[in-house]
Design a protein around this ligand. Structure first.
Ligand code: GAP
Length: 485
């Protein structure tokens, strides 16, 4: 059985559209760049991922509680968090094509080209130069100098006619209230869900009777006016985050940081991602965000290369201290046992739901040669699969349809099932293979006699005869013992 690996996202994009996983937003009007809608299968996949994250964070930790904060927040929030001042990307414009590029990425692409040409020494030197442009102060000038001195040309027009490098704020701004229009009423769409957790930390502590160490978990939309927004749902302008802030005593932060990093890496394996496609990439000290004492990305080997799917940060007491300063409200915790007051440190785990969805699709995608034909199949963990069971009557005969519908009714309390009677059985299997459905059940005439059906497994296409009464158990056992191949 031959198998092919993906070297870009094209096949995932077209399968997502064809099978109802992901569509371009507002497609009938030509689409809206970097915004996507999830179709029937995609919304089910996302829901399954969300549920697994929520269970892993809240149900499995009795000191982690949930929150659902609003997207709109008081504008001061974003001054306190540093986003108004510092949430910028360094951009440069090609004067000829009027196209805008992220300056650091332009340099990175140039480095890759040098490596392709075997000019590793030159590439290393330039990489070193890029790595030392870490601080925000002087960043624009440094990047501009590199682009000019290396004579880096605009990718599309080929021109060498650049503007200066300027910082571009990534927050979406709108106006609050029916009569407003000026900057006084400006309000932002949240660029991360985390701040909703920080501003509610006291409320949660006072009402949920939790004590440090404890965590607050939240799932919700975030918005960033990304300038370089390509690569399908990897980098979007509207996306969904699953974040958890874990409040700890200062001094316990290092240990908790490593513990959460391990747990989060394990979660990605638990949802069926192949281990060889996951790795941890710690941030070097000179590349840490302004609020972080330590940080690491959990990266996945996407067809576009190793990229961040989740970030783990030790955010220290930065956010709570800033909210204390800007709001004038005390953010201290009183430790009854030790009789001391402190502002807790925060370990953050932050994962993008869209990036996880994309990772699941990429990791599951296979093309296999079967009897001289190519079968496309999504071998994702059955617990994430949008449809768990396809149910087919062998033919459109009333007695077969009746038993098939009865099985559908019995199973749909437990699993998402799909009844399908159109086309040959082979075609119906292939449709479900592409949708990632792990089990298909076919009802035939023999079954009418002895109350059995054929269950066919997506991954190895093996089939076996089972009693209708045992179907649910067989499916549950298979789901539990499933391993990625
Ligand atoms: N609260 C911390 C925070 O927001 P981040 O590294 O900027 O940190 C966390 O984002 C996660 O959110 C990323 O690891 C990624 O999965 C997801 N994410 C960030 N920007 C995104 C975008 N433009 N499109 C899709 N997902 C994004």
């Amino acid at each position: 059985m031959a198998e092919s690996r993906l070297d870009n996202l094209d096949k995932i994009v077209s399968l997502s559209k064809a099978r109802g996983y992901i569509y371009q937003s507002s497609e009938i009007y030509g689409g809206l760049a970097a915004v996507y809608d999830y179709g029937p299968l995609g919304s089910e996949l996302k829901k399954n991922i969300r549920d697994h994250w929520w269970a892993a964070m809240t149900r499995k930790h009795d000191n982690v509680v949930g929150l659902d904060a609003a997207i709109f927040m008081h504008p001061k929030t974003w001054e306190a968090s540093g986003h108004v001042e510092g949430f910028n990307d360094p951009m440069i414009d090609d004067k000829q094509s009027k196209k805008r590029y992220r300056a650091d990425m332009l340099i990175e692409q140039h480095i890759l080209k040098l490596r392709d040409k075997g000019k590793d020494e030159e590439a290393d030197r330039l990489q070193g130069q890029l790595d030392t442009t870490g601080s925000r102060k002087g960043l624009c000038e440094d990047l501009h100098d590199i682009i000019i001195s290396e004579e880096i040309r605009a990718p599309e027009s080929g021109a060498f006619d650049w503007t200066d490098v300027r910082q571009f704020n990534l927050m979406f701004k709108t106006h609050y209230g029916a009569t407003s229009s000026g900057d006084d009423d400006a309000i932002y769409l949240r660029p991360e869900t985390a701040q909703g957790i920080f501003v509610n930390y006291k409320n949660v502590m006072d009402t949920a009777r939790v004590q440090v160490p404890f965590g607050i978990a939240q799932i919700g939309k975030a918005f960033r006016n990304e300038v370089v927004a390509r690569q399908f749902v990897f980098r979007m302008r509207e996306f969904e985050q699953m974040e958890m802030q874990y409040f700890v005593k200062p001094g316990d932060d290092e240990e908790q940081y490593s513990a959460w990093l391990d747990k989060r890496l394990q979660w990605h394996k638990d949802i069926g991602i192949r281990e060889e496609n996951l790795r941890v990439a710690p941030h070097p000290d000179d590349k840490l965000a302004h609020y972080a004492l330590a940080a690491a990305d959990i990266q996945y080997h996407y067809p576009i290369g190793w990229q961040e799917v989740e970030g783990i940060h030790n955010r220290t007491d930065f956010d709570l201290s800033r909210h204390q300063e800007y709001s004038g409200k005390k953010m201290e915790y009183f430790d009854q046992q030790e009789q001391e007051r402190y502002i807790p440190y925060v370990i953050e785990t932050s994962v993008g739901l869209d990036r996880v969805s994309l990772m699941v699709l990429c990791d599951a995608y296979r093309e296999e040669e079967v009897d001289g034909d190519t079968r496309t199949v999504l071998k994702m963990h059955p617990k994430l699969a949008p449809t768990k069971v396809g149910i087919f009557p062998l033919m459109k005969k009333p007695e077969l349809q009746e038993l098939a519908h009865k099985i559908e009714g019995d199973l749909n309390d437990q699993f998402m099932v799909r009844y399908d009677e159109s086309g040959s059985i082979g075609k119906r299997y292939r449709r479900q293979d592409e949708a990632g459905t792990p089990f298909c059940v076919t009802v035939d005439f023999e079954g009418l006699e002895d109350n059995t059906v054929t269950i066919r497994y997506r991954d190895d296409m093996a089939q076996e005869r089972v009693s209708v009464d045992q179907l649910e158990n067989v499916i549950r056992d298979r789901m539990k013992s499933w391993k990625p191949e």
